[in-house]
Design a protein around this ligand. Structure first.
Ligand code: NAD
Length: 253
């Protein structure tokens, strides 16, 4: 098992893709800290995934520096070190450029981009200290999106944030490569989660997506979790700075 005994933080792990990643990690015998703003879903995830091994929920808003500090401190308190971070927490907001408010723009950027920066930096500092002390390197996986490179008119703040995550991934990878710490991103297409609820409820929107997806179906959260396991593990030991798109062939091939 490539993640056996590794200590992993998964942000936004109480639901959707993050939950699937936390579940795969726990099944692979990693110790998992789920960070999420949703206390109810977080407590449920801790309970339900606890049957696979060591899973803890910590309430944290990744856009708030103090919460991120507390998250890292709680993880170090429990396990003494961190091997893996998955910066998965994210929110979407649908609005065209001319209608986006400053508040909506700030809110989406604060969670999706600044949250990945704050959490990535706080965890990377722990990882670098461990390498300097002669310990092993770690791996960071950010959650981007096909929207990083595919502009969708009514998803402006979201697309901008995910483009930022793609570039953040490269910059973090460069900075952390001298320590052997790898940083990559996953760029999902349309995956069946609550974030896609409006699409699922609208047959025309669903049909539009499917018609642009060569594999002809919406993706499953487990299909993203499988990539997270690979990127987090030593199996991906020569991969850093990359964004791996899992989109059923939607981006131009
Ligand atoms: P989701 O809404 O189902 O789950 C997101 C989770 O993040 C929830 O548990 C939520 O409570 C948590 N969260 C929200 N704000 C947070 C914050 N400030 N701090 C901590 N936790 C927070 O969404 P999802 O579809 O599972 O999306 C997960 C990630 O994948 C996001 O970054 C999203 O942008 C990305 N993504 C999703 C899709 C898709 O089609 N579902 C496609 C591309 C990228």
């Amino acid at each position: 098992m490539p993640l056996d005994g590794k200590i992993a933080i998964v942000t936004g792990g109480a639901g959707g893709i993050g939950y699937a990643i936390a579940e795969r990690f726990a099944r692979e015998k990693a110790k998992v800290v789920i960070a999420d703003v949703d206390t109810e879903k977080g407590a449920r995830a801790e309970r339900d995934l606890g049957r696979f091994g060591d899973v803890q929920f910590v309430k944290a808003d990744v856009g708030r520096r103090l919460d991120v500090h507390n998250l890292v401190a709680a993880t170090i308190d429990s396990y003494g070190e961190i091997d893996i971070l998955v910066n998965n927490a994210g929110i979407a907001h649908g609005a065209d450029f001319l209608d986006v408010t400053e508040e909506d723009f700030d809110r989406v950027l604060a969670v999706n981009l600044k949250g990945s920066f704050l959490t990535g930096q706080a965890v990377a500092r722990q990882m670098v200290d461990r390498v300097k002390a002669g310990g092993p390197a770690g791996s960071i996986v950010n959650m981007s999106s096909i929207n990083a490179v595919l502009a969708i008119a009514n998803q402006l703040p979201y697309s901008v944030s995910k483009g930022g995550v793609k570039q953040l991934t490269k910059a973090m990878a460069l900075s952390l490569a001298p320590f052997g710490i790898r940083v990559n991103a996953i760029g999902p297409g349309s995956i069946r989660t609550d974030m896609l609820a409006s699409v699922n409820a609208d047959p025309a929107a669903r049909e539009r997506i499917l018609s642009r997806t060569p594999l002809g179906r919406i993706g499953e959260t487990a299909e993203i979790a499988a990539i997270a396991v690979f990127l987090a593990s030593d199996e991906a030991s020569y991969i850093t700075g990359q964004t791996i798109y899992a989109d059923g062939g939607r981006l131009p091939l």
